[in-house]
Design a protein around this ligand. Structure first.
Ligand code: ADP
Ligand code: MG
Length: 248
């Protein structure tokens, strides 16, 4: 374990965010403990992506406070770069560098941003590609891989920075159905290994099996949160029941 302050790894306190007249995060309070897996569900436009993006400051907030590992999010400079390396993010679109090989995609951050030694990083990268099951694709370009393999490469790339937390924003939404499972399997493995994770997904099976807590978000608010067994068996609000009736 790294040196840490104790307390939640991610702490959001009365966070508000607007896009012009649109109030997209409303008094959000959210603590995520170390090793906890939180699945965020909710209708399109409810603020799930903005919530994730605010945690590594891809979106600055208007009011409230976000602390990561006990420290308020830095606004700029080296401290911000460091924060972003500690909070890995995986998006719906894989965002791999198209003209670099899979291995180069994974080694680039640690070598360029962290100034780590290439040989050390390559070894770690190959271990990670092994872990996500695509070591045999290391020398290919992203376009030569299936969508599921590309997303697994994106996960390996985020892990190469040795993050303290991983944020997944609909990581399987762009995949053909037959490839969803292989990506969820990697995420389930990460969760089992104790990674702190926030996962925005419509995959209710993953929420049931891998989450410690499910949060239902609507209109910028965290409307309900509960352990998955409790949430799925007995959603308390009409809105959550209505949402579940559409996705289950
Ligand atoms: P979700 O991920 O739950 O679908 P988002 O966080 O992407 O929701 O968006 C929440 C609301 O904020 C939506 O109405 C969306 O259109 C709006 N929004 C998101 N990003 C921007 C932006 N950069 N500029 C203006 N409006 C935005
Ligand atoms: Mg979204």
């Amino acid at each position: 374990m790294t040196t840490s302050t104790g307390g939640p790894l991610i702490a959001m306190d009365q966070v508000n965010k607007h896009f012009g007249p649109l109030h997209v995060l409303r008094d959000v309070d959210l603590n995520v403990d170390r090793g906890e897996v939180v699945v965020v569900i909710g209708p399109s436009g409810s603020g799930k992506s903005t919530l994730c993006r605010s945690i590594n400051r891809l979106e600055p907030i208007d009011s409230g406070e976000i602390r990561f590992d006990g420290t308020p999010l830095p606004a700029e400079g080296r401290a911000l770069a460091r924060l972003r390396s500690e909070v890995g993010m995986v998006f719906q679109s894989f965002n791999l560098f198209a003209h670099k090989t899979v291995l180069e995609n994974v080694t680039l951050g640690p070598v360029k941003v962290r100034k780590e030694k290439t040989a050390v990083v390559r070894e770690r990268a190959m271990d990670l590609l092994e872990r996500v099951g695509i070591a045999n694709q290391a020398d290919k370009l992203p376009a030569q891989l299936s969508g599921g393999q590309q997303q697994r490469a994106a996960i390996a790339r985020a892990l190469a920075m040795q993050p303290k937390a991983m944020l997944f924003d609909e990581p399987t939404s762009a995949l053909d159905p037959e490839m969803v499972g292989e990506v969820l399997d990697v995420m389930t493995g990460l969760a089992a290994d104790g990674m702190t994770m926030i996962v925005v997904t419509h995959e209710m099976g993953f929420a049931r099996h891998a989450a410690n807590r499910v949060i239902f978000m609507a209109d910028g608010q965290l409307v309900e949160q509960a352990p998955p067994a409790e949430f799925f068996a007995n959603p308390r609000t009409e809105r959550a029941r209505d949402f579940l009736s559409k996705v289950l």
